[in-house]
Design a binder for this molecule. Structure first.
Ligand code: ATP
Ligand code: MG
Length: 442
């Protein structure tokens, strides 16, 4: 992509309304545009990152056996009356009427809709286990939308729903999502810690919030330092092996970790001073077992191996991709701007032409652009007539992992410079070497 043909509305000044660094940087880097209270458009740079985040989520959901669907945003109130939640949900739900004066709502979540699908089609235990997910916009009329896309009213959510014959099956489904979440967040360069969360009237211990430690987090959290060095399960994890998956969950739930609501002072006191991490945290995911909470009132049952009817046992599993984009920035930035982890970077390389119009600079940039894109790299080529200082500032602000800098003096000697955005390390290389460095054949 040529920057001259891209849409990157950079802000020079710090926007006054932005209280936290991720909100500030997303606005300054032209990733999002606020359109109303808690409502944002995703501009091209932001959309590229959001898509990469969603792709990782998808790959890991699929790997764990979940199937992607897409459910509507506007839902019928009658369905929510069946579960009893229409009256319970309160003011966070946006209620709408259609032209026939029917009560509708903009979905804050999808348990009712997905249970309706299962009720319609799934009749036998042989069709289970089943886990259906989608990545869809939600609307919640939050009391205090703030911090940009971190807590907005309209936001993207990946929500998965598992269905099993009994508690044992539901627990195995829960464990698969638990392990899938560990892999998902790690791939985005984040260290997410699963923390015990409230299970309310459902009871039991199958509810965890996945928390990123960050000073600007909204929750107070407590955990054992051991979490910071636990090894995340690899790509070859066997999701079909229930006991292998259960062992991983055990390892990741044994050390102490709890949010404020679940904090247990007595257990905390038993930890040595040096092992205690008391910090602020951002919730990026939440998994929850709810048993027959929806299947019973809505009549979603299957015939079991015993020939009898059973209400299916369910769980729901949320991740906030839009919040995640902000959380990644909170975890990875410096004074000059964003530092994208490679897996979610909007482009892999920023190619900077220091003197557009100089025949040699233009030629070498053209060659490198072709070589890098040919090697499968996403390149943002700064071919604008801005001054070098401005180009460097933009490159640092938008945080691409690598900068490849082509200037008249270097080019005369057949050399260019590369800079690693994270470490700041610079290296001068012959043009052919630079091509090789990023996977292109010289
Ligand atoms: P919170 O306690 O932060 O309000 P929640 O418990 O309401 O979150 P869930 O209903 O479990 O969240 O939703 C699943 C995920 O969706 C959350 O873990 C979070 O990543 C994301 N999410 C929830 N509310 C918002 C919001 N207002 N803006 C952006 N993302 C959100
Ligand atoms: Mg909430």
């Amino acid at each position: 992509m040529r920057l001259s043909q891209f849409f990157l509305p950079i802000l020079k000044e710090n926007p006054r309304e932005a209280e936290i660094v991720s909100h500030r940087l997303m606005l300054r880097a032209g990733m999002i545009r606020q359109q109303g209270q808690g409502s944002f458009s995703w501009l091209p740079l932001g959309k590229l990152v959001l898509d990469k985040v969603c792709r990782i989520i998808r790959e890991e959901q699929n790997r764990a056996g979940a199937l992607e669907i897409l459910m509507p945003t506007i839902q019928s109130a009658d369905l929510w009356r069946e579960s009893g939640r229409y009256d319970d949900y309160g003011k966070e739900m946006l209620r709408i009427k259609d032209r026939q004066d029917r009560d509708m709502l903009y979905g804050p979540t999808n348990e009712e809709v997905v249970t309706e699908i299962v009720r319609a089609y799934v009749k036998s235990y042989k069709d289970l286990p089943l886990n259906l997910y989608h990545i869809q916009w939600k609307f919640r009329d939050e009391v205090r939308p703030r911090f940009g896309v971190m807590r907005s009213r309209e936001f993207l959510m990946k929500d998965a729903y598992s269905f099993d014959l009994d508690f044992e099956g539901a627990k195995a489904a829960y464990n698969r999502m638990f392990v899938s979440y560990l892999r998902t967040f790690t791939r985005m360069g984040l260290q997410a810690i699963p923390m015990r969360a409230d299970t309310g009237p459902i009871g039991g211990d199958l509810s965890h919030e996945f928390i990123i430690l960050a000073d600007t987090g909204e929750s107070q959290v407590y955990c054992d330092r051991e979490y910071l060095s636990l090894k995340v399960p690899g790509e070859n994890t066997d999701f079909a092996n229930d006991s292998e998956i259960a062992d991983i969950v055990k390892t990741w739930t044994t050390p102490y970790a709890a949010t404020d609501e679940m904090h247990d002072e007595a257990a905390w006191d038993k930890l040595g001073e040096a092992d205690r991490v008391s910090a602020r945290g951002i919730e990026v995911g939440h998994i929850f077992h709810f048993g027959d909470k929806y299947s019973k009132p809505m009549g979603a049952k299957v015939t079991g191996p015993d020939g009898k009817d059973h209400f299916v046992s369910g769980g729901s599993y949320g991740i906030g991709p839009s919040r995640l984009v902000a959380a990644i920035i909170e975890a990875s930035h410096d004074d000059n701007g964003i530092i994208w982890p490679e897996a979610v970077a909007p482009f892999d390389i920023g190619l900077i032409n220091m003197k557009v119009g100089d025949a040699d600079c233009d030629r070498v940039c053209g060659e490198l652009y072709a070589a890098f894109t040919g090697a499968g790299k996403d390149v943002l080529y700064d071919d604008t007539d801005q001054r070098p200082g401005g180009k460097f500032a933009t490159a640092d602000l938008i945080g691409l992992p690598w900068q490849v800098i082509v200037g008249p003096r270097g080019v005369a000697a057949g050399e260019i410079e590369i800079k690693n955005r994270r470490t700041g390390e610079r290296e001068t290389l012959p043009v052919a070497e630079a091509k090789k460095r990023f996977g292109a054949i010289a």
